[in-house]
Design a binder for this molecule. Sequence first.
Ligand code: HGY
Ligand code: MN
Ligand code: MN
Ligand code: MN
Length: 398
Amino acid sequence: MEGTVPDDFELMWGDLRPLGRSASSGGYFRQPFTSPERELVAWFLEQAEARGLRVESDDFGNIVAWWDTGSGPAVLTGSHLDSVLDGGAYDGPLGVVSALAAVDLMRSRGVVPSRPVGVSVFVEEEGSRFGLACLGSRLATGATSWETARELQDRDGVRLGDVVVGGSSSLLADVGTFVELHVEQGRDLVDRGAAIGVASEIWPHGRYRFDFTGSANHAGTTRMEDRQDPMLTYAMTALAANKQARLAGQRATFGRVAVEPNGTNAVPSRVTAWMDARCATDAGLSDLVEAVTRQATDRADRDGTTVEVTAESVSASVAFDSSLAAALAADHEGGDWPVIATQAGHDAGILSAAGIPTAMLFVRNPSGVSHSPAEHAEIADCLVGVSALADTLERLTR
Ligand code: HGY
Ligand code: MN
Ligand code: MN
Ligand code: MN
């Protein structure tokens, strides 16, 4: 690999690794920062300053560190630094660290881009605080309006409108192309023996709130046949969703379950749970949700409970710019990189849906596991990723 990735890549990356597992319960919007993101953002700003990059941010906390060179529509690369609760160290940070290292590598090769290059950090990509994934990039692209977003509340009842001043962004005004490098969140590249992959599409996916309502009662004195137990309806619905998804080759996961009152000797009055559903097609997604909703309602009738389902966020399928993907995948030592679909949502999907030509590069994850501390990428593959990203940025800014 001509040129050298900065020899402090491991040190730089090592700096980040422990911090990468940000609890992210705070999210960037908590002012002042109370979660590890504060260190991550401070780290990023230090790295940007050390490279002489001009830092710009918007009202929402999204940041772009600009390499002001050339003119015309900019090429943006980057990812996010927040994570799911107790997540891994690579989902997000790898794309940000690799973008900084790719700038270093291009400079060590003597490359002078004909267009500005930006390294971006979008906030609240996981939606861990306000419940809407890719919130930062949605606000930066207008995919979600500020009028809507400012009413979102976190678990403490804090409104987004209470912690963000302003409510506008012009960060992406002159962006012509976006490239996001991301750790793979599955096993495709492992199974194919490839260090790098290119994204073809993002599966449609959504988050659905299920409110199961029954009647609180005594856990001991109430006969089984006299109960209206929402926990039972919830449990049978989770089972039905799992079976439905398996049969159709789709994905359905229930999480973030709240039980009221959450006692041990009382039948609960209410169970609230969120279903994360993902399918290869938009029609498949609505079919899955309809089938699970129907089975939940049938079960509720049997249990004497009720269920209400609310679609909280639905992201349609995203097909990335195929010519860009094909160009990125072509002619590498050892043949073309595989072009693979991802079932995970990404800021790249939001920018693509906003009309910005977008591509994603994936780095092999030997564990195949993500949203867990077991998430992993070998440094050797990370360095191949940096080189691939630098090649891509060079190609896009000739
Ligand atoms: O949940 C997702 O698909 C992504 O990791 N935000
Ligand atoms: Mn994630
Ligand atoms: Mn991610
Ligand atoms: Mn009692």
